[in-house]
Write a protein that binds this ligand. Structure first.
Ligand code: 5RP
Length: 225
């Protein structure tokens, strides 16, 4: 099976967690895109969705799904999204698609976080994938110095045109390589506390509740809480 087929399989399996007549939170990235395709097929069963990025909002609308502003939603039963890495306790690195801040905000309003990923994302320890940190552009160098002091090797993420990539929020992304993340929740708190940081792509204080992991043998369900 190809990686895309594994992503498609977990996207299909995630439909099991969709609650009828409710609003669902939807993540960003290639796995989330497969989920949007599946969600489009059952769109009559849901009220609509809250998107974690402009790209996801566009895809949801194209699939015929009504997109709600998060400010119009008090709570939602589930948030479904991919991850760049996930541990056996449900802590994740996210932000490969530069949508980490909105992903964390939408996830915080959901009762359950369902992570959908192919099995290559399961790791013993987070950190082989460079940790994305969204920052205010004026704080880029100041934050990089602090990230170096934490033992990381920070690098500004560039867009297709070679200049700094700008997020949906007007921020920039610093990717931090070389971190051995033994205590993800603690590091999440520490990096979030650096002046100029909008959001760090560690999802540990509020990790996943369930992970649907796609492997050649089938979709495995990991339950964390
Ligand atoms: C976007 C994310 C994605 O969930 C993460 O990058 C995984 O992406 P993909 O499903 O394409 O592997 O955090 O900001």
């Amino acid at each position: 099976m190809t990686q895309d087929q594994l992503k498609q399989a977990v996207a299909r399996a995630a439909l099991h967690y969709v609650v009828d007549d409710e609003i669902i939170g939807v993540g960003t990235g290639s796995t989330a895109n497969f989920f949007i395709e599946e969600l489009g097929k059952i769109r009559a069963r849901i009220k609509g969705a809250v998107a974690s990025s402009e790209a996801t909002a566009q895809r949801l609308r194209a699939a015929g799904i009504r997109v709600f502003d998060l400010n119009a939603v008090d709570s939602m039963p589930v948030y479904i999204d991919g991850a760049d890495e996930i541990t056996r306790s449900g802590a994740m690195i996210k932000g490969g698609g530069a949508a980490l801040t909105r992903e964390k905000i939408v996830a915080s309003v959901a009762q359950k976080f369902i992570c959908i990923a192919d099995s290559s994302k399961l790791v013993e320890r987070l950190g082989a994938f460079a940790l994305p940190v969204e920052v205010l552009p004026m704080a880029q160098n100041a934050v990089m110095r602090q990230l170096r002091a934490l033992g990381g090797q920070p690098r500004l993420r560039l867009g297709a045109d070679g200049s700094a990539l700008i997020t949906d929020n007007g921020g920039q992304i610093i990717d931090v390589a070389g971190l051995q993340i033994a205590q993800p929740a603690q590091l999440e708190q520490q990096i979030n506390a650096i002046a100029g940081v909008i959001c760090v792509g560690l999802f540990a204080q509020r990790g996943a509740d369930v992970c649907l992991l796609g492997a050649a043998a089938g979709v495995q369900t990991l339950t964390f809480k």
